[in-house]
Design a protein around this ligand. Structure first.
Ligand code: PXP
Length: 238
């Protein structure tokens, strides 16, 4: 059964809309844990548009399940990560203009930068996952660099309609096999929701799903604890 990492960035987005103290992502993380979250995921972006340094510090102290920090290869953020030591770091690409992480990392072209970040994080005792598109050459490069895990970008699957949805799922399945054959742990995320999660949760050896937008959107309507409980129930029997 895949574990559920609940991404709470959007809770911080609402707070930052007024630059106030509520809603507090630390509180949201506790409720997500009560709903059955196996992990709490946050993305500390260079522009600090949602999660703040204070959130990372407090969550490091209060989260009792896995704390997964998404981060780009930016010196200042890497330094913070190595100091505060989340259980896991997921390296993602980051562009100023994007609304959300648009694609996987290009480690084939940015090998040295990613390799450096990976070694720094691993030396600090942090499990490192790389966020990649289901692309054989990128996955091969991730294994060569010694990544513990690869998180497959499920955005194209989530956006696909009709027959192309199955094609996108097939790409995730074969990329997943390549990842586990190469000895890495399989994670996935982006754009997953209550309608499309089951086929991804059912992929062989799927270890962790990171889901944010759809859970926070549902939590606005029914509350965080119930929103997480409902997502867990979908994943649990896959
Ligand atoms: N995984 C990664 C690496 C991400 O960057 C994001 C978005 O922050 C997610 C998962 C969650 O995506 P969504 O909010 O669409 O569920």
């Amino acid at each position: 059964m895949a574990e559920l990492g609940v991404n709470i960035d959007h809770v911080a987005t609402v707070r930052q809309a007024r630059r106030t103290y509520e809603p507090d992502p630390v509180w949201a993380a506790t409720l997500a844990e009560l709903g059955g979250a196996d992990g709490i995921t946050i993305h500390l972006r260079e522009d600090r548009r949602h999660i703040q340094d204070r959130d990372l510090k407090l969550l490091r102290e209060t989260v009792t399940v896995k704390l997964n920090l998404e981060l780009a290869c930016v010196d200042e953020i890497l330094e913070l990560a190595c100091r505060l030591r989340p259980d896991q770091a997921t390296i993602v690409p980051e562009k100023r203009e994007e609304v959300t992480t648009e694609g996987g990392l290009d480690i084939v072209s940015n090998r040295d930068t990613v390799a450096n970040a990976l070694v720094r994080l691993q030396d600090a005792g942090i499990v490192v996952s790389l966020f990649l598109d289901p692309d054989a050459s990128q996955i091969e490069a991730a294994a060569e660099l010694g990544a513990h895990a690869v998180e497959l970008h499920t955005g194209s699957y989530a956006l696909a309609k009709g027959n192309s949805r199955q094609e996108e799922l097939d790409k995730l399945v074969s990329a997943g096999k390549q990842i586990t054959d190469l000895g890495m742990t399989l994670h996935a995320g982006h754009g997953l929701n209550y309608q499309n999660v089951k086929p991804v949760a059912a992929i062989s050896s799927m270890h962790e799903l990171n889901i944010g937008h759809s859970i926070v959107a549902r939590a606005v309507m029914v509350g965080m604890e119930r929103a997480v409980r409902e997502m867990k129930a979908l994943i649990i029997n896959c």
